[in-house]
Design a protein. Sequence first.
Length: 865
Amino acid sequence: MSPSHQLPKNYDIEEVERRWQSIWRDEDNYFDTSSPAPRFIIDTPPPYPTGNFHIGNALNWCYIDFIARYKRMRGYNVMFPQGWDCHGLPTEVKVEETHGITKNDVSREKFREMCHDLTIGNIEKMRATMRRLGFSIDWSHEYITMLPEYYRKTQVSFLRMLKAGDIYQSEHPVNFCTRCETAIAFAEVNYVPRNTRLNYFDFDGIEIATTRPELLAACVAVAVHPEDERYTGLRGKKLSVPIFGHEVPVIEDPAVDPSFGSGAVMVCTFGDKTDVYWWKEHNLELRKAIDRNGVMTGIAGPYAGMSSEACREAILADMERTGILKRQEEIEQRVGTCWRCKTPIEILSERQWFVRVHHDEILEAARKISWIPEHMFTRMENWVRSMEWDWCISRQRIFATPIPVWFCTTCGEIVLPAEEELPIDPTIDKPRHPCPNCGGNEFVGEKDVLDTWMDSSISVLHVTGWDGSAEKPPFFPAQIRPQGHDIIRTWAFYTILRAKALVGSHPWEQILINGMVLGEDGFKMSKSRNNIISPEIVIEQYGADAFRQWGAAGAATGSDIMFNWNDVIAASRFQTKLWNIFRFVMGHLEKGADPAAPVSELSDRWLLVRLSGTVADVTAAMEGYQFDRALRAIREFTWNTLADDYIEIVKGRLYGDDEKGRASACNALRTTMDVLLRLLAPIIPHFSEECYHTLTGRSVHKETWPEFEYTDEDAQRKGDLLVKTVAELRRYKHDRGMALNAPLGHVIAYAPEPLEDAGDAGRALVANLEWVTGTPQLEEVVTGVEFNMAVIGPTLRGRARGFMEAVKTLPPEVLKNPPAAIMVDGEEVAVPPDAFTPKVTYRVAGEDVDVLTLGDLVVTIGQKP
Ligand SMILES: [Zn+2]
Ligand SMILES: [Zn+2]
């Protein structure tokens, strides 16, 4: 290919990407609140500011950026905001580690300040990675949940739901992590298999099996199945709890499994969720044996002050000593653990704040959203249906949005601030008015803080312009929520719940679920597996555009995607190929061709037909967020149609001196590059900008999406024939060991209809090629015979040689229609079927030719150059 004089031979990824990133202006991506254009609002996930924008984030943001850029080109007024979900335990832990303190060593204010500073620094690092990846984020719509302007809204949302009765305070069993010293929500409990011992012991005369003997002090009943005949005599009786001696009732409940152990189970407050169910159902007493720190309480008598593990061992030893421990067996059990620190959770009854879960309302709203892929809705549905408890939103931590309430110390009344007073910290600020109930002036502020999902679940309200009122925000609902499938039961669920509760409707029109990124070994990326790949490492070697292509090509949206260097290398190779094509095209355009000249020649029109089909495919794929399909269609067009087929055919005409033919090809190529670069703009924004700017002097990101339609059935049909003919004849050369530029002599292509190719095929093949209609007048000449030894050997054995000699003497017309038998050495020998075939050559008008048959096209190739 002849290079353009203006363009460097090699595409310098680093230089080009950095240059455009410094030229592009943030303002170009701002959402225009006054625009009459249709809106497209994205409820972008606010990542947790760890300081590390990991590859899973990067994949999700690639998808979001493809969508944002595509929609802008389609004329939408796009909002691609960026939030930061700051609060929570990981930052507290990091601060404790960094400063070598625990949260109780400094004041709450000082501790919050340390968390704040760490978070700001981390956000700055992550912003840098996002910019380097070329994401077209609207930075004028950035929000940071720990800042007053945001958490004011979280507090407003709390007060509104409290007043509406959707938030309440209650003493209720909750999942509690004694390591983190806080309540957590069900969505934050992970169930993992653990090996443990099942201990069978004598419980006042009946056998009971338990995995948690340390809860014996918290035993409040023994439960049996109502139809279990072994225990009919115990109905209404009381039993004495071993070691502790308190009396508990025998209750009957159909939820008891009579086939497990002895069929009798002890009910404790609380071993698991079933205990909670029985406790409520049968109005049992509450005995708290374990406190918030995982330490045995006073009711554990001699075991008080021990950790629960130490207590377990001590009780088992005492059971053994007193002879009531019968036997033990190893079992595997599913244990609920803290999502953050993996400590087994306890179920503790605590005063906490809860959000009421209205299952049907949430499902109804979830159904109004279109889920992509569709089956992800089932995950939401299953989660909602499995929820038995309300959402516990209070946390016993510090770095979080304060719960804006006080308690009157005189009468206990809950005292609320006016919405105009928000944001407040009730541990610092005081109510502005006396207690409305008793007139008292002494208050104590709520020390509990809110679950961080309380902040992030109003992201959609925030970005759509919510002012805290019950009115629908001006830009509500958002058009799309992109997020990972790992947070369907948290972020997606909570957002739907809150949107429904606060403004009465579903939050988005669509939700697009992306998969997780797995390491090259197929496993989840983790430090311990040493399979973590950071976006920075990929960008350093291959650039942001190659990374973005990897994201697009990896998998259908919703599927997990395995990281693979080969995909990145293929992406980079595609850019090199496209750069070479682009330089070739620019070289010819620079030589000058009338841009108004018509695209008149067959192969040029054929190229535009193919381009038009590609635009339709890519557009449909982008509409359905099938980025892998979109990129595949673009790559196939570029490699196969444009490079392998078209350019090989048209090259000769471009270098030639027929002005009309050159201008037709140049204009077809100009249109093709213009359209192709616009199709690529959402996926590889730097590369397409570099080329498009060279081609047109304008920014591709201010252009519209190509609506290129070109139909020409004649060109499509005949162009396919032309392309196939050239491809087959190139293979013909290859098969005969000829160089591709070796001359081919006199070639006649017999087509079903007249075909005018402007001499393209002949030049491409270095042949004197004529297109004619009709069929060739072929003269068949038998020049010899070919024997099939696999037939002759076994059937004729010793006579084979004589048979073959005899066949060779047969005249050509007999060879073509062999007789049933021939004479061999004076004897008649039957001719076995398929024993030989005549060797035939063809002649046209006395010239020896090779014949290729390609469907309804026949090509003859003259043997004399
Ligand atoms: Zn924990
Ligand atoms: Zn009061």
